[in-house]
Design a protein around this ligand. Structure first.
Ligand SMILES: Nc1ncnc2c1ncn2[C@@H]1O[C@H](COP(=O)(O)OP(=O)(O)OP(=O)(O)O)[C@@H](O)[C@H]1O
Ligand SMILES: [Mg+2]
Length: 336
């Protein structure tokens, strides 16, 4: 079966007074129907821009899609007109962004806001839409849905507003749901509830999900596949277990090593990846992580490593590295 989404060589830049920001560089991956992909990477690594540019949501200018294709159900989204993209957004691809306070309109009732895409995409009547809104609010776990639907965003708690955003994101039963830091601002209990909800929805409606987050724990609990981004590139990608237990890219290794973990030895001092994030206004040359990578070779500085299948791991585990991380760690006797 053809993948639901196939991103090929996606490259996005911003033309700014300080120069060209190379935000997304040659990103290629595919996503099967029903799969949940977790995307991680430090701030500025291109996670949001990659997702927004796929569906025509970056401002152009300053943004510019330099090249690439984004095949969704076999159709190149980058070749569609704004009008055609408008049809795809919300209907076939749903979004949930961080900070529902700025994403929800404060002067419209929750019902109006959830009903809007339903009326727009399906031509539902007001009463049909109302029934569906209540159904959706119940689905995302909002009690007393019929009454709550008539309220305004400020009458909802942060967690409840985030549920409303998810209700909007899934209202048209999208084939693909893209969530960008959708639970980051929420406390852990609410976050856990929302993740349960997403797992539940996947079971009920079988949505394919891209979940962008800083939180490796969330990825571990939700995703089938994890994709690690750095400097606008994919550094490593694969089944969550394989990548977390046997990372082959030094950035992934650093990220995992910097996670707090208790264990029998108690809390150890947290590792911090040394150095600074890459300057994206420089023309990308070589491996973007090379300047911060203790295992980098000369080749890493001059030649970009391709994202290739990893030897001795499971199928689909890919990493971009010229060095052999396992051998390098063994040689320095650093604990993996
Ligand atoms: N409108 C813009 N103009 C100029 N540069 C931009 C613009 N939007 C994004 N960028 C730059 O593109 C790069 C990638 O940004 P992006 O928002 O994708 O990062 P991110 O991985 O989502 O980070 P975060 O985890 O903080 O959300 C950053 O260097 C950012 O400054
Ligand atoms: Mg972002």
């Amino acid at each position: 079966m053809a993948p639901l989404l196939e991103v090929r060589n996606l490259t996005v830049a911003f033309d700014t007074p300080d120069g060209t920001v190379h935000a997304v560089n040659d990103v290629s991956y595919s996503l099967e129907e029903g799969e949940t992909l977790g995307i991680v990477g430090e701030s500025g690594s291109g996670k949001s821009v990659h997702a927004l540019s796929m569906v025509g949501l970056i401002a152009t200018p300053p943004g510019r899609i330099v090249r690439g294709e984004v095949l969704f159900n076999g159709r190149d989204l980058l070749a569609l007109s704004q009008r055609e993209l408008f049809e795809v957004r919300g209907k076939e691809i749903g979004f949930v962004f961080q900070d529902p306070m700025t994403s929800l309109n404060p002067v419209l009732t929750i019902e109006r806001q959830i009903a809007e895409p339903l009326r727009r995409h399906f031509g539902m009547s007001a009463s049909q839409a109302r029934t569906r809104v209540v159904e959706l609010l119940e689905l995302v776990g909002i009690p007393d849905a019929a009454r709550r639907a008539r309220q305004y965003p400020h009458e909802f708690s942060g967690g409840m507003r985030q549920r409303v955003m998810i209700a909007i994101g899934i209202s048209c039963n999208p084939k693909l749901l893209i969530a960008d830091e959708a639970t980051t601002a929420l406390d852990v209990t609410v976050q856990a509830q929302i993740l349960d909800l997403v797992r539940d929805l996947k079971k009920k409606i079988g949505t394919t999900v891209i979940w962008i987050t800083h939180d490796m724990g969330v990825v571990a609990g939700l995703a089938d596949t994890v994709q690690v981004m750095y400097g606008g590139r994919i550094m490593e990608r694969g089944p969550v277990r394989a990548v977390f237990h046997d990372p082959r890219n030094a950035y992934t290794w650093g990220l995992l090593k910097s996670l707090p973990h208790g264990g029998r030895r108690g809390v150890t001092r947290l590792y911090q990846i040394p150095g600074n994030p890459p300057d994206l206004t420089k023309e990308p040359v070589g491996d973007p992580f090379a300047p911060r990578n203790p295992f980098a070779t000369e080749r890493c500085r001059t030649e970009t490593p391709p994202l290739g299948e990893v030897e001795g791991s499971v199928a689909g585990h890919k990493a971009a590295a010229w060095y052999d991380l396992r051998a390098a760690l063994a040689a320095t006797q650093v604990q993996p």
